[in-house]
Design a protein around this ligand. Structure first.
Ligand code: HEM
Length: 229
């Protein structure tokens, strides 16, 4: 317990933890996206002759989900992800509280002329993403992986994205995620000590491209399912 408390003690340590857990979550997002793109690829895309019991996109998605749940190394990585996400959220709350406290104690005039609105609102974006993740995991992860009440994940996901409110809710969550990533990737590198100006400009650009690609590809999945099925 003392070790955990010690980890969060200094603001540098807190920012480093935030950076590492954030970058790990961004890596998860890439893998998660690749798996979920199966949902919108046509049957003809899959070389189904290579697999037994796989004759369509529907089978392919369920085979992929079955593999995720039953291959133990993936379960270990999933638990590291849950811990990383939880630490990222606790750390964000601690940093926000410290900042509010500092602002309350003395008058701090901040110069906003060079920062973007989304870099100044990472906390609000984080809250929207937090709500999104809780609802999202309740819809799929809880029913399929934890309670085991749903066995056909493809039908569950496609059925869920037939509801207008769900699609609107996902688009809001994913747009918030895009802005959060646009600042988060750059900020994480700066926290980890990578901040010479020449490198920072490249990282800023890569972070922005990453955020746009993630938001667009995640964002089209519910839309394509909603309008196609
Ligand atoms: C619209 C695109 C998305 C679809 C179709 C989708 C689908 C799913 C499904 C079916 C599951 C349960 C099965 C599994 O564990 O893999 C799941 C789990 C999860 N999703 Fe998503 N997801 C999407 C976007 C996102 C986004 C944007 C985030 C993060 C902000 C996210 C975070 C998670 C997490 C943390 C889990 C639990 C992971 C695990 O247990 O391995 N998902 N998602």
């Amino acid at each position: 317990m003392a070790f955990i408390q010690g980890l969060f003690k200094t603001s540098v340590a807190r920012k480093n933890i935030m950076a590492v857990t954030g970058l790990f979550t961004a890596f998860f997002l890439v893998i998660h996206l690749v798996g979920n793109l199966i949902l919108i690829l046509p049957d003809s895309f899959f070389p189904i002759e290579f697999w037994d019991n796989v004759a369509s996109q529907h089978d392919m998605y369920n085979a992929y989900s079955h593999f995720l749940v039953h291959f133990w190394p993936i379960s270990v990585v999933a638990w590291i992800l849950y811990a990383g996400l939880a630490i990222h959220i606790i750390d964000a709350l601690l940093i926000t509280l410290t900042n509010w406290k500092a602002k309350g104690e003395k008058y701090v005039k901040s110069d906003n002329s060079t920062s973007t609105w989304y870099s100044r609102n990472m906390g609000i974006l984080g809250i929207i993403i937090g709500i999104f993740i809780v609802v999202h995991m309740g819809q799929f992860w809880l029913k399929y992986k934890v309670l085991g009440t749903e066995h056909d994940l493809y039908d569950l996901v496609v059925g869920t994205f037939k509801q207008t409110w769900v699609v609107v809710f996902y688009e809001i969550g994913i747009i918030a995620l895009g802005f959060h990533l646009a600042h988060g990737i750059t900020s994480a590198h700066r926290s980890l000590g990578i901040h010479p100006k020449s490198i920072m400009n490249v990282i800023k650009y890569i972070g922005l491209c990453f955020a746009v690609v993630m938001a667009v590809l995640y964002g089209i999945i519910p839309l394509i399912i909603y309008f196609n099925n």
